[in-house]
Ligand binder design. Structure first.
Ligand code: FES
Length: 577
């Protein structure tokens, strides 16, 4: 074959220098019935699949992979599907986030170690999107993302019901005695009535939108429902396109740049995206050796209105978003305001502007206009002060406006177990002005930084009709949750960050507009308290969890493992047969 056109996989399948090697690589593949001509030096496309029956959001991915394969064959490539660790948000304990980095290692090594020239990433449930982008980013081959798409809207008792968001509401109603246990259970299948991922603007839909915002998918990828025929057409077209990307050597690093991250931060603000995007984008950027930090969220997120009226910030769901025109409309509206870097490249070889400039909106109540936004100043706000010197975050669009400037007494829980044990105690000294503080739920403390930051409110206040209070923690929150919840406090309590120094009855002052969060206690007392502080941590002495707690970075750095940062490329140093 012409050396100029030699693809990476030819070292496995077409090498003349080591005939025995070639026999082993190619020969064993023949047991699957692949005919000779598929090994003639054409691009080999890996389909990196997070399908698992234990990851229900990705349960339809074998069908999506079949559509991708059709496109790859049509374009003259050779598709090979392979499984990777699938981190299920709804099943995996103690928390799927603990395994995001482990999954990314699986992805990285599987791509690098195999005869693959280009990759299609099949992603859906929350952690499956960042783990695949992180792993693929460290290898940096031509890569295209295909999301699994959201479930159809939930319908229950004549109303729509959104994934996650509906659970938090029903749980509060059950605790307040407003519904029965049977009514609570009845809602399950009404909520999850089709294949796909959570159909609120939770983390899965946010990250699907980030894939499109970063230019890593074909336009329209974020919102097409999982069961819509157009999802399968997009998968087919993505299979076709990746073959061309391999021929053009269009790698991830040519698509994802600092500027595309800046676009993504703005688009996240406009969609009312999940707080988890902050941590995942930082981790993806780290793999691509791009400096992205909380200052970028501050700088780029400023004055971006939330336009998308979806739960948990608003009222609609992803199916409505798709019918209204989906993410291309949001991108066009930001482009019209000259808020985006319009020349950022995308996987189809066109710029973000070329892809979206003709998008049309079919429902201005679902995707609002700039002159009538859902929230005038949305996005993610960063809070700093003596509790969070390295930052904490809040999503104002999901919070109560009256609580954005607040002073209250702390009610402190040293661990998630203590919270569960005491939150419903009728003698708990708490009222609606109190601030709930939860410690030791950060990356090292939990470990894995669970989505427990939207603490359940005390039952006695729920019964009084209270539905929101300020909550502060070093944890994360589900993208489907809502409330005045301050998250990702860094450094975390487990490494003796100043959050650890907060005690019951201390006064905390918050001013979201000014980006401040302070404990009204002197520096000297905080220092003394920290010297004596003993974090409440689970004992972990071995296994993957030991490696995780020894190496995980703080939330503001993306909570990746320190030794995984960076690109390691696609070269295999040694091989043998
Ligand atoms: Fe999988 Fe929500 S649980 S996307």
């Amino acid at each position: 074959m012409n050396k100029k056109n030699k693809f990476r996989s030819s070292d496995w399948y077409n090498s003349k220098s080591n005939r025995r090697d070639t026999f082993v690589h190619r020969g064993w593949m023949r047991n699957q019935g692949h005919p000779s001509h598929l090994f003639d030096g054409r691009p080999v496309i890996g389909i990196c699949n997070t399908w698992s029956e234990l990851t229900p959001c990705n349960g339809h991915f074998r069908e999506i992979a079949d559509s991708v394969k059709k496109g790859v064959y049509e374009a003259g490539g050779f598709p090979l599907e392979f499984p990777v660790f699938s981190a299920s948000e709804s099943n995996l304990r103690p928390t799927a986030m603990l395994f995001r980095n482990l999954a990314s290692m699986d992805v990285e090594e599987a791509i690098r170690g195999n005869p693959i020239d280009g990759v299609v990433l099949l992603m859906g449930c929350d952690k499956t999107t960042p783990s695949l982008l992180m792993g693929a980013g460290s290898v940096d081959l031509p890569t295209i993302g295909v999301s699994g798409g959201p479930m159809l809207n939930g319908h229950h008792k004549g109303d729509t019901i959104g994934s996650g968001t509906g659970v938090w509401q029903l749980d509060a109603d059950l605790n307040a005695g407003l519904i029965t246990e049977d009514e609570f259970i009845d809602a399950e299948i009404s909520m999850s009535r089709s294949k796909g991922n959570c159909m609120t603007m939770g983390t899965a839909s946010t990250m699907g939108s980030m894939v499109e915002a970063l230019g890593m998918s074909l336009p329209g990828n974020a919102a097409i429902p999982a069961v819509d025929a157009r999802r399968y057409a997009l998968a087919h077209m993505s299979g076709k396109r990746i073959v061309e990307m391999v021929k053009d050597n269009l790698k991830i690093s040519k698509i994802i740049t600092k500027q595309s991250f800046e676009n993504a931060i703005k688009i996240n603000g406009a969609i009312g995206g999940s707080t988890n995007a902050v941590i995942h984008l930082a981790a993806i950027a780290g793999r691509l050796e791009i400096d992205l930090n909380l200052n970028d969220w501050e700088k780029c997120g400023k004055n971006i209105p939330t336009l998308v009226n979806l739960q948990p910030s608003g009222k609609y769901l992803m199916e409505d978003f798709y019918y209204a025109g989906g993410l291309p409309v949001v991108i066009k509206r930001l482009l019209d305001q000259k808020l985006l870097h319009k020349n950022c490249m995308t996987v189809n070889g066109k710029t973000i502007s070329e892809n979206n400039e003709i998008a049309k909106c079919w429902n201005d109540d679902v995707i609002k206009n700039f002159n009538d936004p859902l929230v005038a100043d949305g996005g993610i706000k960063i809070l700093r002060g003596n509790i969070s010197p390295d930052g904490a975050i809040i999503k104002p669009s999901a919070a109560t406006p009256e609580l954005m400037k607040h002073k209250g007494k702390a009610v402190v829980f040293e661990s998630i177990e203590e919270l569960h044990a005491r939150i419903d105690d009728p003698n708990l000294d708490v009222d609606e002005k109190s601030i709930l503080v939860l410690k030791n739920c950060g990356p090292k403390g939990y470990p894995g930084m669970a989505e427990v930051g939207n603490m359940r409110l005390p039952q006695k206040l729920l019964k009084k009709g209270v539905r929101d209070m300020i909550r502060i923690s070093d944890a994360r929150m589900s993208g489907t949750a809502f409330g005045t919840v301050i998250l990702h406090t860094a450094p975390e309590a487990a490494v003796k960050g100043p959050l650890a120094a907060v005690q019951n009855g201390d006064t905390i002052e918050i001013d979201v507009e000014k980006g401040l969060m302070n404990l009204l206690v002197s520096d000297e007392i905080i220092k003394k308290r920290l010297e004596k502080y003993e974090p409440v941590l689970p004992e972990i002495n071995s296994g993957y969890q030991k490696m995780y707690v020894d190496h995980v970075l703080q939330a503001d750095k993306g909570a990746d493992l320190d030794f995984l940062i960076g690109k390691r490329g696609d070269e295999v140093k040694r091989h043998s047969h």
